[in-house]
Design a protein around this ligand. Sequence first.
Ligand SMILES: [Zn+2]
Length: 61
Amino acid sequence: MADELTVPFSVTMASYCIEFHGRNRCRTCTDDGCVRLADANQVIDQFRALRLERYRLSRRT
Ligand SMILES: [Zn+2]
C-alpha cells in the first residue's frame, strides 16, 4: 500500500469533470471548449506524468 501513489482529491474531481463532459456541457462550456474541462485535463495529465515518474524510479532501484 505504501508503494501506491494515492489519488489526490483534485484528480478524483477532475476525472468526474471529464466524465460529466462526456455526456453534458457545464455552465462554462463554449463552442471553443471549456475552461473547467481544460483544467481537469491538465490535472489528470500532471498526475499521469507524476505516476509515470514514480514508476520509472521504482523500476530503476
Ligand atoms: Zn464545461
